[in-house]
Design a protein around this ligand. Structure first.
Ligand SMILES: *[C@@H]1O[C@H](CO)[C@@H](O)[C@H](O)[C@H]1NC(C)=O
Ligand SMILES: *[C@@H]1O[C@H](CO)[C@@H](O)[C@H](O)[C@H]1NC(C)=O
Ligand SMILES: *[C@@H]1O[C@H](CO)[C@@H](O)[C@H](O)[C@H]1NC(C)=O
Length: 484
């Protein structure tokens, strides 16, 4: 399967990699670019469609764009209060050991920028091959901008291979001048990790019809609890006699200033069998939560930090309203407040774009994977723990398991196969990464076991589930596997 991100490295595998690091540090000094020399040259804003806060205080903000023709990512980091430098990089699981890093630092006189890596002990080394290309930097009233570029694949074994899926980004702020990379002790700096889908697919956005309407499902100015993890539940309802509509797009609405705290949001529709659902507004795990809220599980929208607006393909929309559809919606927001801010008001949520001109198809959301239950508890000391899910016949009856219909615009298997007319209809299939509640189990890493595609496993990084609907360019095969 060809994907944009996991292009095999074309370079020979032997590399002069393990020469004395002392030597490389000396060579690399010449590769390091003096940042001051480039000041004032950073273009800002307009070129970067994607943006995510890196740290919970909002001191660092990452914006980026992806060029598929160049197979490269352009990064722009806004450092609101630049002290003595910054570390930014990627690693398999968000750890600071064995990470691929770019470092901006100052010794109090000059400022330096370089591609670096950390070893298993967390010591930093200048990389012999400089693959983060500094494009500019600029001081602005809001902070300091750093602009650089990195190819998806660099053929440098010390570099991270940027692939499809969730990437663990790491950051750190240097709070005192350092004379060399070796002087940086990464265990003593302000640091953290952020998960994002870096390689957003390059798809054309379908046009919205002129009769599109919007509806905001947001919390009614609540106070974010002063605790690290909160799941907030808010029940709202659709207007009386709301007929069947199609949701064709949605986007996040986030209260200004709370961007670093709103981790992910979902809208669920309640089961139609209940005439009413209590108007609850509170903690999802509260004992006071009405039991009926557990029947609000049908996903209408899902967004996670770093995600963009989500568009349905032009031939389909997600149905809501009308007979057989509950008027009750549950908004669920996960607030991640590790710094325990107090008294922050929030009215975040999701804006739905919907139309009464129904498209030819109702979109469906198929949730795959396992429901998080205490049964999943991993015994201590295990190095691996395999969870297996089975579809019940109730589920498989819904899809044509044996013969996917190649003419259906939404073939069930979303397999990335080209349909007979060669149009590759599957290309805009939405695949959902549902929440594995990874934050409750900080060291749980998941890796999909893809049957029949062993060659991919070597390249796929560890993944933590990310609860957002995503557009994928290359379909993911969903279907029965025949064990040989
Ligand atoms: C998206 O794809 C089109 C055609 O395939 C190409 O011309 C364009 O440059 C791409 N855009 C980006 C951002 O890579
Ligand atoms: C990405 O950003 C760079 C730097 O601002 C800009 O030159 C380039 O045109 C942008 N590319 C895309 C595909 O938007
Ligand atoms: C880095 O800091 C940690 C924590 O303060 C300390 O235990 C460790 O020895 C330091 N490492 C080095 C190389 O100085």
């Amino acid at each position: 399967m060809q994907t944009h991100g996991s292009t095999p490295c074309p370079c020979p595998s032997f590399r002069l990699r393990e020469l004395a690091s002392m030597y490389f540090t000396m060579v690399a000094v010449f590769l390091v670019i003096l940042v001051v020399a480039l000041q004032g040259s950073a273009p800002r804003g307009t070129y970067f469609p994607y943006k995510v806060p890196l740290d919970p205080q909002g001191l660092l903000e990452l914006s980026w764009n992806v060029s598929y023709p160049e197979q490269a990512v352009y990064f722009q980091i806004l450092i609101r209060k630049l002290k003595f430098g910054l570390l930014f990089g990627m690693s398999d699981r968000g750890e600071f050991e064995n990470a691929d890093l770019v470092v901006l630092w100052t010794d109090g006189h000059g400022s330096y920028f370089g591609d670096a890596w950390s070893d298993a002990q967390g010591h930093l080394h200048m990389d012999s091959q400089q693959d983060y290309q500094l494009l500019g930097s600029q001081k602005a009233p809001e902070g300091f901008y750093l602009l650089f570029r990195r190819a998806f694949s660099t053929c440098d074994p010390k570099d991270y291979l940027i692939e499809d899926g969730t990437v663990h980004l790491i950051y750190g702020i240097l709070e005192s001048p350092v004379h060399s990379l070796r002087a940086i002790n990464i265990s003593t700096i302000y640091r953290g990790l952020q998960r994002v889908q870096l390689l957003k697919p390059n798809i054309t956005i379908p046009e919205l019809p002129s009769n599109v309407k919007t509806m905001e499902i947001t919390t009614p100015s609540i106070v974010i609890p002063s605790q690290e993890t909160t799941y907030w539940c808010y029940i709202t309802e659709l207007p009386d006699s709301f007929t069947k509509h199609h949701i064709i797009m949605y986007e996040p609405v986030i209260t200004a200033g709370n961007e670093p705290l709103v981790h992910h949001m979902e809208i669920f529709q309640c089961a139609a069998e209940f005439d009413s659902i209590p108007h609850y507004n509170g903690l999802c795990d509260s004992k006071m939560k009405p039991e009926r809220l557990n029947y609000c599980r049908h996903v209408l929208a899902a967004w996670a930090m770093g995600a963009q607006a989500f568009y349905y393909p032009k031939e389909a929309g997600l149905a809501f309203g009308g007979p057989g559809s509950s008027r009750y919606l549950r908004l669920e927001i996960h607030y991640h407040n590790p710094l325990i801010f107090k008294g922050r008001r929030d009215s975040s949520g999701i804006r739905l774009y919907y139309t009464e001109s129904l498209r030819p198809h109702d979109a469906g959301i198929m949730e795959l994977g396992l429901v998080y239950t205490p049964v999943m508890a991993v015994p201590p000391g295990e190095t691996a723990f395999i969870l297996t899910g089975y579809c019940t016949d109730k589920c498989t009856q819904q899809v044509s398991v044996r013969h996917p219909d190649p003419l259906s615009p939404f073939p069930w298997d979303c397999a990335g196969r080209k349909s007979p007319d060669g149009l590759g209809r599957n290309q805009r299939m939405a695949c959902v990464g549902r929440d594995l509640k990874d934050h409750l189990v900080p060291n749980l890493l998941t890796r999909p076991l893809l049957s029949g595609a062993p060659q991919e496993l070597n390249q796929v990084h560890f993944q933590t589930a990310h609860p957002a609907l995503r557009q994928v360019l290359v379909g993911i095969f969903v279907g029965p596997t025949l064990n040989k």
